[in-house]
Design a protein around this ligand. Structure first.
Ligand SMILES: [Zn+2]
Ligand SMILES: [Zn+2]
Length: 107
């Protein structure tokens, strides 16, 4: 006698699948969404040198957090500044230099 033991493959139902997709989107949003929002608010332009970007080189445009806190992402974009990688680099080395110079001044 042929034993038939039907193994039930449990597929997520529609609601579970939708929740999963939502969760995955949320995880992506958590990392990348502020950049998308910032580009939407300020446009694909470097706030410092004014260089404009398009789809082919958009990855060179980054979002700078004015207060340095990457968790601080107000939806109005008040903590963001779109900076090309060169200006972004400059911005951060300037901060270090600024700290250094003010430390020098204290002496
Ligand atoms: Zn720039
Ligand atoms: Zn930055």
């Amino acid at each position: 006698m042929r034993s038939r033991s039907p193994r039930t493959v449990v597929l997520p139902n529609a609601a579970e699948a939708a929740a999963l997709v939502k969760k995955m989107r949320g995880e992506i949003d958590g990392n990348e969404n502020y950049r998308t929002k910032s580009l939407k608010i300020f446009g694909p332009v470097c706030a410092k040198c004014g260089r404009e970007f398009d789809q082919s080189n958009l990855k060179l445009l980054t979002v700078h957090h004015r207060d340095g806190n990457h968790q601080n992402n107000p939806p109005d974009g008040s903590n963001w500044e779109n900076l090309c990688i060169h200006c972004h680099d400059d911005e951060h080395s300037r901060e270090i230099l600024g700290d250094y110079l003010s430390a020098e001044n204290i002496k």
